[in-house]
Design a binder for this molecule. Structure first.
Ligand SMILES: NC(=O)c1ccc[n+]([C@@H]2O[C@H](COP(=O)([O-])OP(=O)(O)OC[C@H]3O[C@@H](n4cnc5c(N)ncnc54)[C@H](OP(=O)(O)O)[C@@H]3O)[C@@H](O)[C@H]2O)c1
Length: 266
């Protein structure tokens, strides 16, 4: 069945591929970007302006959206970015901004659209969390915190929206090649005692992204959820995802030791 689907952050990476693929599959797709004029001519779907870190932008979006479409079947919360840095060296301000966009921005935007979904008595809300919302790694403490927070929030929301036939899911991708590294913000290294570890973890993080595959598996997962009648809550995506989760759950020290060994081998 053809559906009307909104994809936030559809100018780049995962969001762009999701929006393009859904459009090619015959769905009506609306994407968003902070600067839609820059990308509109390069994409086959309509782009609307949205900055999820800006309350005014969120507040005026509903009107814009429903000027284009009559109903919304699926919201895909994809917009987000990455703050890198060792926890102690990352300023609280950088950390706050990370949560302001990835967590609060996503929550506020979802809230803005919930009245429409409730009125319809149907819909799907799919959020691109991260595998770093299920496990964590060094150098991404605030990013990981923002994605863990999304897990808890949407897990709770799913119970509450069940009565309105609104399905809530979170997709948790491992590393995939997009522009997330280029668009990331890195905290400055300021504490000498971390110099050696920082050097290794920066290289480790870079290699993880350099060697990452393209985001097609994430898009395939989204297609599955869009077509599913009763989607699950959690969809980890990536090579070895279930092994990592099992190790973390049943052999935490082994899991942690393997990560530290990998980082120290760099
Ligand atoms: N790539 C990975 O390995 C990976 C793994 C797990 C999860 N994720 C998640 O996947 C999502 C997409 O990331 P990506 O890897 O595709 O990165 P990307 O290539 O950098 O794309 C990020 C998208 O988010 C939009 N965006 C960023 N900040 C925004 C804001 N304040 N308001 C509205 N839109 C904003 C950007 O649009 P404009 O700049 O045009 O506004 C862009 O379209 C993110 O939530 C990320 O955390 C990525």
């Amino acid at each position: 069945m053809k559906q009307t689907i909104l994809v936030t952050g559809a100018s780049s990476g995962i969001g762009l591929l999701i929006a393009k693929t859904l459009h090619e599959n015959g769905h009506t797709v609306i994407g968003t970007s902070r600067n839609p004029k820059k990308s509109q001519s390069e994409v086959p779907f309509k782009l609307l302006p949205l900055d999820i870190s800006d309350d005014n932008s969120i507040g005026s979006f509903g009107k814009l959206l429903f000027g284009e479409i009559d109903r919304l079947d699926v919201l895909i919360n994809n917009a987000g970015y990455l703050v890198k840095g060792l926890a102690e060296e990352t300023s609280i301000e950088l950390g706050r901004q990370q949560l302001e966009t990835n967590f609060w921005g996503t929550v506020k935007f979802t809230n803005e659209l919930l009245p429409y979904f409730r009125k319809q008595r149907s819909g799907k809300i799919i959020t691109i969390g991260s595998f770093l919302g299920l496990i964590s790694l060094p150098n991404v403490s605030y990013y990981s915190a923002s994605k863990h927070a999304l897990e808890g929030y949407f897990k709770s929301l799913r119970f509450e929206l069940n009565q309105f036939n609104i399905k809530v899911s979170v997709v948790e991708p491992m590393a995939f090649k997009t522009n997330i590294g280029d668009n990331s913000i890195s905290a400055k290294g300021t504490i000498r005692e971390y110099d050696s570890f920082r050097q290794k973890i920066v290289e480790f993080t870079k290699r993880e992204f350099d060697n990452a595959p393209g985001p097609e598996p994430v898009v395939n997962t989204i297609l599955k959820i869009v077509n599913e009648k009763t989607p699950k809550f959690s969809y980890p995506v990536g090579k070895g995802a279930s092994l990592f989760l099992t190790l973390q759950r049943f052999a935490y020290n082994t899991f942690e030791g393997a990560i530290l060994k990998k980082v120290n081998q760099v």
